[in-house]
Design a protein around this ligand. Sequence first.
Ligand code: ATP
Ligand code: MG
Length: 425
Amino acid sequence: MTGSQRLQAVIVSVGNELLYGETVDTNAAWLGRALAARGIPVARRFTVGDDEPEIRAALARATAQPGLVLVSGGLGPTSDDRTRSAAAAHFGRPLVVDEDVRRSIEERYAEEGIEEVSALAARQAEVLDGSRVLRNVVGAAPGLLLEADACVVVLLPGVPAELRGIVEGDLSSALAEKGLVDAQVFHRVIHTSGTPESALAEALEARLAALPADVVANIDLAYLPDLLGVDVRFTLRATSQRRAEARFDRLQDAVEDVVGPWSFEATTGDLAEAVIRLLRESGRTLAVAESCTGGLLGKRVTDHAGASDVFLGGVIAYSDAVKTSQVGVAPQSLDMDGAVSETVAGQLASRVATRFGADTGVGITGVAGPDGGSIAKPVGTVWIGTYVDGRVETIMRRFPGARGEVRARAAQAALTHLYRRLLER
Ligand code: ATP
Ligand code: MG
């Protein structure tokens, strides 16, 4: 999908504060993402202080190869702002006052009640001869675009909001006009939970290989795994959102039966959001009884505004005594099978639902570690029960990882199990 003559960008960040570590260079990071989204990779970055020879040297290196050069910072009116004069000297373009810019700065100051536009402010109306002014709707100093040494060079103010406003506004239009960005980059993410990255990749890639070329052409694929699941991200370049969505829809239809058993839809990417939606759509309520997750499941659900429509509450049934007295787990089950068992997980799910008057219930009981494991029930062993419409189902999982990871994975597995059961109905 990459042409060999693809446009590349170089970023030059100017400011002593960046070198001394007083300011983190968020502009360069933001520009890197903004350019990548427009299909322009950043090849190199330079950081220099507020020093004219240093800025000139960086401009010389940045423009050594054809491409787009973005310079951030040092456009202000004070004596430590040297980018404008350094660029003027390097490119051999005199500084001239732009009357439109001068007027807009005067108006800006007048609005703020300042009558006399000082000489310092007027300096911000100076542009490099032959450069194009990129409007700054947030602050005073505009951005400047000039073509020199087979490069498109853009000077941008250092204040992040001003820089972003110019890039998203006039600079984007200017690059599109020049045909430098003909297409934008679009993503489609499919969230999955409950299957390892390797298994998902194997199944998905076998399917993709079997699809007609026009369905998969120029679409990149990335797997983004974390503790809770794997996001599958498709990326393509297109000239409009509508075209991009149409291609994504076709691709997603073609892989639906492969990823469908694991995928869920949630704008936040959180499975709890998807569970709440299914509960709400089917008019069901939920109660939970948690042992090893200590309320984590309840937290995951109540992280979402509007959870009160479906979530009645829960019990942190940590001790055996609370499992029996507050949830109604049978003492014989605890004695015979142990707290971490299929029977107890099932009872936690069904009895908390009954006690709370909920349509669905979840019970979680396990060994989060680092202590408490045995040969039969090693650390990471978790039993999960779900109760839906009068019927209990249970699963057992052995999770790797430290205590926090086991707990996080257990809550996610419980949500996954409940989600799948609600979908089935
Ligand atoms: P101004 O017109 O405000 O003087 P300028 O173009 O001269 O703008 P600078 O003086 O270099 O920009 O920086 C203004 C402010 O923007 C600084 O206080 C700094 O906190 C912030 N800033 C500058 N460069 C960066 C950067 N690369 N990343 C994040 N913040 C930055
Ligand atoms: Mg500065």
